[in-house]
Structure formats: structure tokens, C-alpha cells
Design a protein around this ligand. Sequence first.
Ligand code: ACO
Length: 319
Amino acid sequence: MSFKILGTGSCLPKRSVTNEELSQFLDTSDEWISQRVGIKARRICTTETTADLAVGAAKAAMEMSGVTADELDFILCATVTADNTTPSLACSVQSMIGATCPSMDINAACSGFIYLLETAAAFLSMKHERILIIGAERLTRVVDWTDRSTAVIFADGAGAMVLGKGDSYISSKLVAKGGDTVLSIPSFHGTSPFYEVEPKKPYVHMSGQEVFKFAVNAMCNDLADVIEAAGLTMDDIAWVIPHQANARIIDAAVRKFGIKPERCLKNIETTGNTSAASVAILADELFRSGKLKDGDYIAMAAFGAGLTSAACVIKWDGN
Ligand code: ACO
């Protein structure tokens, strides 16, 4: 059960919003956000939909891979902020890029892109040859813009990969610990005159310190397990791509796990937390940077609502 990465792509909204701009209508400051979260600016949709971002990332990945829409055998999207409850984001992308293959979404929150890699690896071990996977979010749609503890963190963006058959997926681990008390986005509650329960507001609810503790432990445990399962040590890993939730979470894991800081990729300062898109956007930045060498091992780790977490080791095959 494996794959080879044929191409990567990413797409961010045009509008960049700085901490100073948020400070104009929220009781916050550039100093607080920079120090506690590590974000200076984030990209926020003004006219773009989640599908627009997903298609932008998909087209870039398809162009890099040389795979055309009619050659795709499956489209899989990870998102918690699809434009519609139905049709799925994947079906919207399918029609916008002119593909005809089966298409569906999965929801594993910020761990979603690594859950997609696992799903695609399983599909590619069967009859499918080429799969487009996309992590895409418009989280600024589900944030309460009067809540300073969440509004400063979340952002919009998309990352994609075209995968084909190959041997690059070396090891993986997926975790779920069901429960909605620490981190959740309740659905729209509807207008039924018969429903008797007080609805929750359909915005991000987060116990920041609980998420922090879960995130650091999950990242360290999951990375340790997938690196050991790959028969490697941390010294063998050329690049670590962590979910961009909070720079302090990444820095804590770097210290606890002994990751060389220069090997641990970060773009949260300018991109914010884009949930299921975050590791895919960073992977695209790495793959386009020219820094990757054939045979490099890349470790990815993510964590999010569910609670879920996931990690994997990928061996770069540039041929
Ligand atoms: N600006 C200024 N002050 C703020 C802000 C803000 N944007 N947000 C919260 N505060 C205040 C609080 O009101 C509180 O004030 P008080 O002491 O007067 O009550 C004070 O700062 C400290 O609040 P805490 O919640 O204890 O702050 P903490 O240091 O824990 O930082 C944060 C909050 C950044 C959310 C932190 O807990 C964290 O990083 N948690 C991890 C959550 C995370 O990264 N989530 C990402 C999304 S989830 C995901 O991707 C899986």
C-alpha cells in the first residue's frame, strides 16, 4: 500500500490581513499574537470560495505532474469548510476542472491531509492509477469574529497532490479519540420548530490549553512511532512538515523530540492555521524550493478536532 507523488500545488487567497488590522476591531495586539501564536499575517478570502482555492491548488499540482483531468481516477478532498454540505467539495472541484472520475470528501479536521494520503495509498493498491488529493479550507467562515482567542489563529488556503503508483509511502499512523469538548465547530442548527435543545453557535469552540497539550504529545508520539516503523531515526529525516496550528506547539515539539530547527518547516507567520490545507501547502513550498534531494525522507505530523492526529514518513522519489 503506497504511492508516488507526481505533482504538488497550493493556492492562497489574494488578501493578506496583518495583526495590526485585526487589532483595529479586536482587543488584541501584534505583540500578543506574535508571541503566543507566531502569526504576523494570514490570508483571508474576500471573493474566493473553498472550491476556488481547491481548484487553484489542483491545477498547479496537475500541471506539475503532467496528469490531465480526464486521466484522474479519483478526487479526494479533506475539509471542514466545504462551500456546501452537499455537493461535496470534491464534486465541485470535479466539475470545475472538467474531470469525470468518482469524487468524495473526508473530514478529519487538521489531520485530514494525512488521512487523505492513507486513503489514496489504499485506493492506489487497488485498480486506481492516478488520484488527486486536496486539503482546502475557508476557516474564516466558521470563526466568531468577536472571539479574539480564535479569530487571530485561523486562515484560508488549499494544497494538493497528484499521486500515482509507487513506493514513497514508507510508514503511517492515524489516531482518533472521539469527543467534542476540546475543539469543535457545531453545524448550523436549522430552524425546526420541533427541536427542543438550545443550539450551539456554529463557530469554532476551542479550549486552547487542552489543544496545546494534546498537540505536543500527539506530534511527538506519532512522529516517534512512524520513524521507528520506517526503520529510521530522527537523524535520517531530512524534513519535518508539521501542521501549522501555532508556532509555540511546533517549537515545543522541536525541543521535546530533538528535531533540528532548520529541518522543521514553518510558514505560519504569513499563512496562519489553514487546518487540512496546512501540511499540503508546506509540502508544495518544499517540493518547489529545489531543496529536496532524491531519497530524502520527509516526516509529516498533524493533529486536530476529533480529536484526531496523524503522521507519516515519505521517501522523495524525484524520478
Ligand atoms: N489577544 C490578546 N489577549 C488574548 C487573546 C488575543 N488574541 N486571546 C486570548 N487572550 C487573553 C485571554 O483572554 C487571557 O486573558 P486573561 O488572563 O485576562 O483571562 C490571556 O490572554 C491568556 O489566555 P489563555 O487562553 O490562557 O492563553 P494561552 O497562552 O493559552 O494562549 C492560545 C491561547 C494561543 C489559543 C493557546 O492556548 C494555544 O496556542 N493553544 C493551542 C490551540 C491552537 O493552536 N489551536 C489551533 C487550532 S486547533 C488545530 O489546528 C488543531
